[in-house]
Design a protein around this ligand. Structure first.
Ligand SMILES: [Fe+2]
Ligand SMILES: [Fe+2]
Length: 194
């Protein structure tokens, strides 16, 4: 990252954090720091990783109807799961806000878009944001340290662990699992066998 990029990130960070509830700032800071570290380890662009991380939850404070309005304004049609869940739709609305109101590059917006469910054939940046969101230092759940260790060693293997954990967790609680998470997991596992 050059000095100009760093300065621009410092400028945008203030705006990005102003969109968050106070209590979520620490989480977003954790995602940014971890995404930047993983970007360095795995040869991804640190500027893009920081940008995606700082905006990834920018629609989290909105109500479902506000998120739906954002989607309609920018021409995204939510699927049947997203229409009923602000916790799923915040990633789609957030990606649109980042793209059209803060003019982040398309690949950064995509990483925001897929940070909750994952998807088939994720880019490296998408994997980093997905994973950092789940295991940044303030996260605490059984098995998180195991995923953290794996994230320092093998990105795909850590994403597989994170997806499996999320899918199991949803099923245990009787919640529906978004098909994109299942597809993301199948895709990564298939790639490993070849
Ligand atoms: Fe999120
Ligand atoms: Fe998050």
């Amino acid at each position: 990252m050059n000095a100009e990029e760093k300065e621009y990130l410092d400028f945008l960070r203030v705006k990005a954090h102003s969109l968050l509830k106070e209590k979520r700032v620490k989480h977003v800071e954790g995602v940014e720091a971890l995404s930047a570290a993983m970007a360095r380890v795995y040869g991804e662009d640190e500027y893009s990783a920081r940008l995606a991380a700082m905006f990834h939850d920018c629609a989290k404070k909105m109500s479902l109807s506000e998120q739906l309005e954002v989607c309609e304004k920018y021409g995204y049609t939510p699927d049947e799961y997203e229409r009923e869940s602000e916790s799923l739709l915040h990633s789609k609305a957030g990606a649109l806000i980042a793209r059209y109101e803060y003019i982040v590059p398309a690949e950064v917006s995509e990483a925001i878009k897929w940070h909750t469910t994952g998807k088939e054939n994720m880019t490296k940046l998408e994997k980093i944001i997905y994973l950092a969101d789940m295991i940044e230092p303030t996260r605490d759940f059984p098995g998180v340290d195991e995923i953290r260790r794996e994230a320092a060693r093998d990105l795909d293997s850590a994403v597989i662990m994170a997806l499996e954990r999320t899918i199991d967790h949803c099923r245990e609680r009787g919640q529906s699992v978004h098909p994109n998470s299942v597809k993301a997991l199948e895709f990564l596992k298939k790639g490993r066998k070849q």
